[in-house]
Design a protein around this ligand. Structure first.
Ligand code: AHM
Ligand code: MG
Length: 339
């Protein structure tokens, strides 16, 4: 039998490194802003709590027989997976308890939910999320994710929903949780990117990388090549070039998993316009913008066609966008072929 004391010796602590959990990291970030009210910290802690709950549900999906589809469809006319609904409910309930959240908007709800309008003394926020990205991969045990974006609530806006329709560049915080072979939370509050891994034995997200940087290059592209013939010409020219240059392709159908791989290994993720989805398929506010903030904060680039993705001015909550994001040099190669 192993000796617990010897195991303790193996902890990074004894090698001179500190062990940091997400909570401590968030509080340390808060302390860098002497005027901070702590509201954002409460919201981030609700998001991490949701991630732990959803992770547990995803891990036990087959056991609890929550796999399969519901009869209902969501606002985009797609069939909802049971876990989509569960993940959505989890986020709504966890965020619902935080006084600093004014409005939440989700891929799974046609209309945003106004939680509170009066916030005496508070600087409230709005939170947008995709509760279970890539949910078509659930039935086959593939990786899925949660994506979130946090914006300031504008009390002076003519109607509450106007606070949701802000450019990605206005985001206060953004992140994702990947439910893969491990559960990984990647977060930015505008001061670089930090990565945490859930240790299920203690129920805590532990910091594994701070100030994460995306590789400058990486000969990998990630897109649904089955749609290739309906991509605009520039994307097809890029794919011809990349294949001649010996690029590899990796695509799982879960944006969180594909972009996470690119964040760590380099490459470019593409979801171009197609004949079926001329505006692109992915959602600007709760898929494109938060993933773009992470990638840019890590030193990468994120575009929608020739435009910086986070500069797009949204006009609808469930607006779609095309996406090109990843290593700076690889995004440049794509843009060069689009020109
Ligand atoms: P979802 O949020 O409904 O799961 O859809 C978004 C997903 C992305 O994760 C993924 O990149 C894309 O849709 C895959 O679409 P496709 O099957 O057209 O390649
Ligand atoms: Mg999604």
């Amino acid at each position: 039998m192993s000796d617990p004391l010897t195991e303790l010796d193996a902890l990074p602590l004894t090698r001179g490194e500190n062990l940091t959990n997400l909570q401590a990291h968030i509080l340390a970030e808060q302390a860098r802003h002497p005027n901070a009210s702590g509201t954002l910290s409460w919201i981030l802690s609700a998001l991490s709590f949701s991630g732990r709950v959803i992770s547990a549900k995803v891990r036990r999906a087959r056991i609890q027989s929550v796999l399969g589809t519901l009869d209902s469809e969501n606002v985009q006319g797609e069939t909802q997976q049971k876990l989509d609904v569960i993940a959505n409910e989890t986020l709504l309930r966890c965020l619902g308890t935080r006084a600093g959240v004014a409005i939440v908007a989700s891929e799974e709800n046609e209309e945003p939910i106004v939680l509170r309008r009066n916030h005496e003394g508070e600087r409230p926020y709005v939170v947008l999320f995709d509760p279970l990205d890539g949910s078509s991969n659930i039935d086959t045990g593939g990786a899925v994710g949660t994506i979130f974006s946090v914006l300031r609530y504008d009390r002076r806006a003519p109607e509450p929903n106007a606070s949701l329709l802000q450019r990605g560049a206005e985001q206060v915080a953004a992140g994702y949780i990947l439910y893969g072979s491990s559960t990984i939370l990647v977060l930015t509050t505008g001061n670089g990117v930090s990565m945490f891994v859930l240790d299920p034995s203690i129920g805590s997200f532990l910091l594994v990388a701070d100030q994460l940087k995306i590789p400058k290059t990486g000969k990998i592209y990630s897109c649904n090549e089955g749609n290739r013939l309906s991509f605009p010409d520039g994307y097809q020219r890029y794919l011809d070039w990349a294949q001649q240059e010996g690029y590899s392709t990796r695509y799982s159908g879960t944006m969180v998993a594909d972009v996470h791989r690119i964040l760590l290994k380099g490459g470019v993720f593409l979801y171009p316009p197609t004949k079926k989805a001329p505006e692109g398929k992915l959602r600007l506010l709760y898929e494109g913008n938060p993933m773009a903030m992470i990638i840019e904060q890590a030193g990468g680039k994120a575009f929608a066609g020739p435009v910086r993705l986070m500069e797009r001015v949204p006009s609808a909550i469930h607006q779609r966008t095309s996406v090109i994001m990843g290593s700076p040099d690889e995004v440049d190669h794509v843009l060069r072929h689009l020109a």
